[in-house]
Design a protein around this ligand. Structure first.
Ligand code: RUB
Length: 316
């Protein structure tokens, strides 16, 4: 039951739901850390009780936000490596699995960054949407290669993650122009590339990312501006191999409209989807730590890495 869930797990789950912890890779890192805290802090008397608590903790973490597949992939990784005959063995393997997952996440991001940076030339202008640590790894690597980069950053309503991107780009010595989302079409002509991240990539090569990505990709295609998705393989959704679809999170209307404005306008419906789906035909390349792929070929990598692992180890 919930009483055996470690307070750190509850805290991390609340931070994810409230978006204090956000972005697909950062969420996955935090959920692996949460399972490690659960394992390390458990006072379960039997191996069965230990495993049942760990599954409860995993379900609590899953119950936060539905779209980023990195979250269940993180739980899969740790739970599949939790094995042993005794509580102590289970504990050690869970903690080691979480540690290994987080190390691999870091090194995947570094490897992905140097591949993504190869696409960038000295003096290029890049247009950004939302905030992605996988994208930032590409820009960091390009800067380390001594390339000068100019940035156009979309604000990204309603949560304005563009502000995070703008600040981090400045810290990397990139000159930044911030625009409202509606101005993207006007400024695409100045951009050599669009770089976006992903919350999930499906078996057909569709990219699930922050709302507005699809509209941006369609407009970029129309202007022949390449659209690059930086997504480590943790973003590949193995359940889509068997036809499952990705749930798009719907968030509260208060992110879009204040109570005062709502009262003023009257009886309307407000919709606030957090993500959208960009079909593969609008994506030029998916950059992973394993190399760069045309979106239509990502299914082969997905089968290789996850084919037999789309289990639900958190189910009882
Ligand atoms: C974040 C978002 C990011 C991806 C990739 O949405 O859509 O582009 O998660 O980020 P939110 P990363 O702010 O709603 O979580 O590359 O860091 O995994």
């Amino acid at each position: 039951g919930d009483h055996d869930i470690h307070p750190s797990v509850t805290e991390i789950a609340e931070d994810i739901a409230e978006m204090e912890i956000r972005g697909a890779a950062t969420i996955a890192d935090a959920t692996a850390r949460a399972l490690a805290e659960q394992a390390a802090g458990s006072d379960a008397a039997t191996p069965e009780a230990f495993e049942s608590e760990l599954r409860d903790a995993a379900r609590r973490l899953l119950d936060t936000r539905p779209t980023a597949v990195s979250l269940p992939n993180s739980l899969r990784y740790v739970l599949q490596r939790t094995e042993g005959e005794t509580v102590e063995e289970l504990r050690e393997s869970a903690v080691a699995g979480a540690r290994e997952f987080r190390d691999r996440l870091d090194s995947a991001q570094t490897d992905l960054g140097s591949i993504g940076a190869n696409r960038l030339r000295d003096g290029d202008t890049v247009l950004f949407h939302c905030h992605s640590t996988d994208v930032m790894a590409c820009i960091r690597a390009a800067r380390e290669q001594g390339k000068s980069i100019d940035a156009i950053v979309k604000e990204t309503r309603p949560r304005r993650q563009g502000h995070i991107t703008a600040k981090q780009l400045r810290e990397l010595g990139v000159s930044v122009t911030l625009i409202v989302d509606g101005a993207a079409g006007r400024y695409l002509g100045d951009a050599d590339h669009v770089f976006v991240g992903a919350d999930s990539v499906t078996a057909d090569g569709s990219v699930v990312n922050k709302i507005g990505t699809r509209q941006l990709a369609v407009t970029a295609r129309e202007r022949d501006t390449p659209i690059v998705v930086a997504a480590q393989t943790l973003k590949l959704d193995p359940t889509t191999l068997t036809g499952q679809t990705v749930e798009i999170e719907m968030r509260e209307e208060s992110e879009v409209l204040s109570e005062g404005d709502r009262a003023e306008i009257g009886d309307i419906t407000v919709e606030n989807p957090a993500f959208d789906v960009t079909p593969p035909r609008y994506v030029d390349a998916i950059v992973t730590e394993r190399g760069q792929f045309p979106p239509e070929s990502i299914v082969f990598l997905m089968r290789e890495l996850f084919g037999e692992q789309a289990s639900q180890p958190w189910e009882e």
